[in-house]
Write a new protein. Structure first.
Length: 414
């Protein structure tokens, strides 16, 4: 069978692209989830879209193929190209262009019988004409009606169809920004394809592009949230390489400002608690019934946010908080330290003790989430306390280990 770069099931290519770009650096022999032939086919597909970004490294175990994308050069997310390679049948593409050639203007208004007659008349001029019955044409028109690109109007007993008015596209600067920053930015990328070439005004120091692979999952979740529905999701545990099915009430999506990772905050009826799920670990989502308690659950999440540094709610079931506070001292020429504390404090409180000293404090569900941020102030911390003594001891031990690593002789420290 001839090779094609088009795909039917995006979830399959999503996994391969994640292996190449996110988890990557595996040789053909190390990738054991599928056959070697499947690996070669998917690699060729990815290469057809992203050949300019593919590299390889020769190792004793074989050739490792991976994607290398420099955001300083690539102003637009190249991973969106995978979404624009969906396969189609000869009949689908033929009927698509025939319909929009017939309904070429919003002023053209035709019945199903008239449209089918026009299609037959045009196809008869083909050497090997392929005819479409009214049932097939009706189904295709219904599909376009659901997408909003065809309108149906009933006059008496007859249904008439016409093309909807073409919407005015947003400003290209807006689309450039939206496509690279917003969740489901691939929508902006599709709209950009309809605009004329223009100069890009944006470059991103931190360009989080891997969320593009989760766009379909994210769109389904956002739709379910908007409709206040319960969903059944299939999730994968990548450490154990197994999947599980969970029934949850999706409440909101949170995006990390540090790494761009996307999380779903959802209520799990089985455990009667709100918890988080990494969206890149969600394989599929199936919308279910309306959740009558949605508004109350959403309000409960809002009440929890002032005590969440990230997405962890691990101690919610015990109805307790963990307190953390630390004091930093800085020089006269380092007033930016206090401004940084104010800017990055999230749900914490910052106090100015004197001209050169500030104190941060917070009551959190999981104080462990804040530790990486605290470490960025290490050279200036004069005092630190955690209500979780085990966490405080671990923090201090980590500092001692670091000192021994950099100063094994026990000499003077800076």
């Amino acid at each position: 069978m001839a090779y094609s770069e088009l795909i039917k099931n995006f979830n399959r290519i999503r996994e391969y692209m994640r292996e190449f770009y996110v988890y990557g650096f595996k040789s053909r022999e190390e990738y054991t989830k599928k056959s070697a032939r499947s690996y070669d086919d998917e690699r060729r597909r990815v290469e057809s879209w992203l050949g300019d970004y593919m590299q390889f490294r020769q190792t004793p175990d074989g050739k490792n193929v991976f994607l290398s994308i420099d955001s300083r050069i690539s102003r637009h997310n190249p991973l969106y190209k995978a979404w624009k390679a969906k396969s189609f049948t000869d009949g689908d593409i033929t009927l698509h262009f025939l319909l929009f050639d017939i309904l070429h203007s919003p002023d053209v208004r035709l019945s199903l019988h008239e449209i089918t007659g026009e299609i037959d008349e045009r196809l008869l001029s083909f050497p090997e004409p392929r005819l479409f019955d009214e049932s097939t044409v009706r189904k295709k028109l219904r599909e376009y009606i659901s997408e909003g690109i065809v309108l149906a109007e009933k006059c008496g007993k007859t249904m008439y169809y016409r093309r909807s008015d073409s919407p005015e596209l947003p400003d290209t600067d807006l689309l450039d920004f939206f496509s690279e920053v917003a969740p489901c930015g691939v929508i902006g990328s599709y709209l950009l394809d309809k605009t004329q070439a223009h100069d890009d005004r944006f470059a991103f120091k931190h360009h989080y592009i891997t969320g593009a692979l989760d766009s379909e999952i994210l769109c389904t979740l956002l739709t379910a949230i908007g409709e206040k529905r319960t969903v059944t999701m299939e999730t994968v545990n990548r450490h154990r390489d197994r999947t599980a099915e969970k029934r949850v009430v999706p409440l909101c999506v949170m995006v990390s400002v540090q790494n761009g990772r996307q999380y779903l905050m959802a209520y799990v009826p089985r455990y009667q608690r709100i918890t988080s799920f990494r969206i890149d670990y969600i394989v599929s989502v199936q919308p279910e019934d309306i959740c009558e308690e949605f508004d109350a659950l959403r309000e409960k999440l809002r009440d929890m946010l002032p005590h969440m540094w990230g997405v962890s709610t691990q101690s919610v079931s015990e109805h307790r908080m963990e307190h953390v506070e630390f004091t930093v001292r800085y020089g006269d020429d380092e007033m930016h330290i206090h401004r940084r504390l104010e800017r990055e404090k999230r749900c914490g409180i910052v106090e100015r003790l004197d001209a050169n000293t500030s104190r941060f404090s917070a009551d959190l569900f999981d104080a462990g989430e804040i530790v990486p941020w605290i470490r960025t102030f290490l050279c200036r911390i004069t005092e630190i306390h955690f209500s979780d003594q085990a966490l405080e001891e671990q923090f201090r031990n980590d500092i001692d280990d670091m000192m021994r690593l950099y100063f094994p002789e026990g000499g003077d420290t800076p």
